[in-house]
Design a protein around this ligand. Structure first.
Ligand SMILES: O=C(O)CCC(=O)C(=O)O
Ligand SMILES: [Fe+2]
Length: 269
């Protein structure tokens, strides 16, 4: 891993020219303390309620997108990957529609929108490293690859990550290769084996975040989530992703088909 560090910013009412320039050059940007501890707590609580509801009802998919289930450190059944959370949580819906998040559209060309009911909606990931964990890491990928599975042209998109737990190398953590958002299509497709490759890259950079921080990445950037060196509760890592997208409006409904790339997500553990 590169020992390089990077500057962290604070998010005001409008992005500064310096922040926009940093994002355009590197393909990511880190804002500290964007959500208050109360907001983070309310979001976590609402995911726990959603989890109980889905488990009780035996819900397997939302709008065609599979819910990823597994076990936590107490052998309790949990949800590891929650799609479309803002449709089930007022706390998440309010955060996503707050000016802090809506103003981020200015990082993309005119017409960008926050996608609450397209793609997988606002996703919460909950990793925990136990023996036989069903979700403790995520191999190398770009998020924009999903556009190709939808038969769409690759369009610029943002994935806006809100950290619900502290996440440094003790959690494994998000690793990104800065600048890869400007690569050509061949490198986006073939630079690494999608989701199968979990190997460290010399150029990868660790995103070292605290709960409440926001880290935005361009959908074309290569990234992975490393496995925590710890096990059980100390390995817990929860992060929420808000997609900001361009292009044709493609809302999902209960009748929507399961996207092909979920065959890969199913393999991720
Ligand atoms: O958990 C993370 O920080 C990244 C997750 C991710 O890359 C994804 O869901 O596409
Ligand atoms: Fe991703």
């Amino acid at each position: 891993m590169s020992t390089q560090t990077y500057p962290k910013f604070s998010l005001g009412n409008q992005l500064t020219d310096e922040q926009v320039a940093f994002f355009n050059k590197n393909g990511f940007i880190h804002f500290q303390g964007v959500a208050s501890p109360e907001e983070v707590r309310a979001i976590i609580e609402s995911t726990e309620q959603i989890q109980d509801r889905w488990i009780k009802a035996g819900t397997k998919k939302i709008n065609g997108v599979p819910i990823k289930f597994g076990k936590d450190e107490n052998d309790k059944e949990i949800v590891h990957r929650f799609p479309f959370t803002s449709q089930f949580s007022e706390a998440i819906h309010n955060f996503v529609n707050s000016p802090r998040v809506q103003n981020l559209k200015s990082l993309l060309p005119e017409g960008a929108r926050v996608a609450e009911n397209e793609k997988d909606g606002v996703v919460v990931n909950h990793y925990v490293n136990i023996p036989n964990s069903n979700f403790r890491q995520m191999g190398w990928h770009t998020d924009s690859m999903r556009d190709i599975f939808y038969g769409k042209k690759v369009m610029q998109m943002l994935n806006v990550g809100l950290y619900l737990d502290n996440s440094s190398s003790d959690k494994g953590g998000l690793r990104i290769i800065p600048g890869t958002h400007t690569q050509n299509l061949f490198n986006m497709l073939f630079k690494k084996a999608y989701f199968l490759n979990n190997e460290e890259d010399k150029q990868e950079m660790l995103v070292d975040a605290q709960a409440g921080d926001m880290v935005i990445h361009d959908g074309r950037i290569w990234h992975r989530v490393a496995q925590s060196p710890l096990t059980g509760a100390p390995s817990r890592r929860r992060v929420m992703y808000i997609p900001v997208i361009l292009g044709k409006y493609m809302p999902k409904s209960e009748d929507s088909a399961t996207p092909f790339y979920h065959n890969f997500i199913k393999m991720v553990r």
